[in-house]
Write a protein that binds this ligand. Structure first.
Ligand SMILES: C[S@@+](CC[C@H](N)C(=O)[O-])C[C@H]1O[C@@H](n2cnc3c(N)ncnc32)[C@H](O)[C@@H]1O
Length: 347
């Protein structure tokens, strides 16, 4: 299994940063942050960063990447590595992940789901429960809690028996899914610029006129809430009613408008028009269901538009139909500049 975040910009982030440029006094707002690949590049370039996604799992993943040692001292555990060491020894638990997403699900609901082996599912439940307890006892700051949950999601990704997303599981165990789940420390920089996070629909994202807003919406019908449902459950630590062979948590209440061809252009036009920021950078993939010229025409109603071609990246191929299409996706950045936005706000 290779964990795959659909639409991740990890492979074009340098080209994006050339368009973003140096910090200019405002923040860099990554409003559909996903994995935070662009947010962390902006932070390393010196921007104060705000991340948002409608999935808690995505916002936490991105926020964790923006964390420095200074911001996460883990005083109650003698440091970050000490906290991970303690979590790796947390007692295993037969909890929700074990009940719904390991072969134990066959005994509980009659559908045998092979997302995780029983021991690994019990480790996920045990570690998630320990993080909650530490947090309830006041032994973790919220930033430290976010980092540990993100580390747990990362460790779960390494042993998940999937083809890259959680839309379905594989019918036979892959070698890596039979290995024991272990939390591994990431490299934490000593210091990074300030950062904040939010979880919610992009239309409510907290943003100011002096900010640069980066928008990387979905451009295909694949709903992230369904494709990454187990990560969302780990992030939230809840026990939803799940359904179907794959045990998907309820997601339709946050179905994204941008995933529907008929709604996407309108939704993006309204979004850009409503954002108060003076500079908006909109990522576009040729893979998507929206024609570029239509989108550019719509953006011209909001400000001065310029196009930046970022290069090509390999296509996500979940099935044979997708494999039959073009091998590469062209990545474009549509910049919308509205100097009037800042003067209007200042007036
Ligand atoms: C193309 S991905 C972003 C990828 C990201 N730039 C990266 O490099 O990892 C789109 C993201 O938008 C989020 N999303 C979809 N609809 C949303 C909405 N209405 N409000 C906020 N986030 C949304 C998805 O959960 C997903 O994480």
């Amino acid at each position: 299994m290779t964990f795959r975040y659909i639409g991740s910009k990890a492979r074009v982030v340098e080209a994006i940063m050339r368009c973003v440029g140096a910090p200019d006094g405002g923040r860099f707002v990554d409003a559909f942050c996903g994995t935070g690949a662009v947010a962390i590049a902006a932070s390393r370039a010196g921007w104060p960063v705000h991340v948002n996604d409608h999935l808690q799992s995505a916002s936490l993943t991105a926020f964790a990447r923006l964390t420095s040692r200074e911001k996460a001292p883990f005083r109650h555990f003698g440091g970050y590595e000490g906290a991970l060491e303690a979590l790796n020894k947390a007692p295993e638990r037969q909890g929700f992940i074990w009940r719904e997403y390991s072969p134990a699900s066959g005994r509980h609901c009659g559908i045998t789901r092979l997302y995780f082996t029983e021991p690994n599912a019990c480790r996920i439940d045990g570690i998630r429960s320990a993080i909650r307890t530490w947090s309830d006892e006041g032994r973790l700051q919220s930033r430290e809690q976010a980092l540990l949950i993100a580390d747990l999601m990362g460790a779960a990704n390494k042993v998940a028996n999937t083809a890259g997303t959680y839309g379905c599981f594989l019918s036979r165990w892959q070698r890596q899914s039979e290995e024991a789940l272990v939390l591994e420390p990431r490299e934490l920089p000593e210091r990074l610029p300030p950062s904040t996070m939010e979880v919610g629909d992009v239309r409510g994202v907290e943003c100011r006129s002096e900010d640069t807003v980066y928008l990387d919406p979905p451009y295909t019908k694949r709903q992230y809430a369904a494709y990454y449902h187990i990560l969302e459950t780990i992030a939230l630590g809840d026990e939803p009613e799940v359904e179907g062979v794959c045990g998907i948590r309820p997601w339709r209440h946050i179905a994204s408008d941008y995933c529907y061809r008929t709604r996407a252009v309108r939704a993006l036009t309204d979004l850009v028009a409503a954002l108060p920021a003076r500079r908006i950078l909109l990522s576009y993939s040729t893979d998507g269901h929206v024609p570029l010229d239509l989108l550019v025409e719509a953006m011209e109603c909001s400000g001065r538009v310029s196009l930046h071609h970022l290069g090509e990246i390999g296509r996500y191929r979940p099935n044979q139909a997708a494999s039959a299409g073009a091998a590469a996706v062209g990545e474009v950045l549509i910049a919308v500049d509205r100097p009037a936005a800042s003067s209007k706000a200042a007036a």
